[in-house]
Ligand binder design. Structure first.
Ligand SMILES: C[S@@+](CC[C@H](N)C(=O)[O-])C[C@H]1O[C@@H](n2cnc3c(N)ncnc32)[C@H](O)[C@@H]1O
Length: 190
């Protein structure tokens, strides 16, 4: 999951549901500067542990379904949006509306090249397919981690239509309602 991070690429990395920080450790091991990582964790006790473990990382206590409000004071846009949202959340066991809220708000804070990364033990998608599509993402499996118990899949969810460009216009995301459901080769759009 941590391979999504490019420490030299601009943009913050947001980790949802970091628990006590084992994935956080891997994200920092990529060389990502601690002040470019933001953790959002619902469990207050875990937040205390994380603050002790990672004093230079920004740790926000709250539920990821309120991501927009929780990140209101975080400067995401001077670097063009987050390069990745890395999720340790048990998305599939959440209500579909909650999944949709988390995915939609994550989509909105990603840079045009950004990715939402999720692991799952399921053989299918890592969240409700309807929620993924409604949030404006398309998903693809990128790795199977046999060494995990139980074995897990890692998925990337990427903006289905990353951005629309016409000469002289700035890049902007297409609204979710206008997003194609067919896979899009993002290199053709760049
Ligand atoms: C499976 S654990 C993640 C473990 C973590 N990756 C680690 O390596 O320690 C899921 C975490 O998500 C947190 N969580 C659950 N629902 C959440 C929500 N809505 N918003 C933020 N965190 C949440 C839980 O408190 C828990 O720490």
């Amino acid at each position: 999951m941590a391979r999504v991070v490019d420490p030299v690429q601009k943009g913050l990395v947001v980790e949802l549901g970091p628990g006590t920080g084992s994935l956080t450790e891997e994200l920092l091991a990529t060389g990502l500067a601690p002040d470019r990582l933001v953790l959002v964790e619902k469990n207050r006790r875990f937040c205390d542990i994380l603050r002790e473990r990672y004093p230079r990382v920004r740790i926000i206590h709250g539920g990821a379904e309120a991501l927009h409000d929780l990140l209101a004071d975080v400067d995401l846009w001077s670097t063009g949006g987050a390069q990745a949202v890395v999720s340790g959340l048990p998305l599939l066991s959440m209500l579909r509306e909650t999944q949709e809220a988390i995915l939609t708000q994550s989509h909105d804070l990603l840079s045009v090249e950004g990715r939402f990364v999720q692991f799952t033990y399921s053989l299918g998608a890592p969240a409700s397919r309807a929620a993924i599509a409604k949030a404006g993402f398309q998903g693809r499996r990128v790795a199977h981690v046999w060494s995990n118990l139980p074995p897990a899949w890692v998925w990337y969810l990427e903006p289905a239509m990353a951005f629309a460009i016409s000469p002289g216009e700035s890049r902007s995301r297409a609204p979710a309602s206008e997003i194609a459901t067919e896979p899009v080769d993002r290199r053709q759009l760049a």
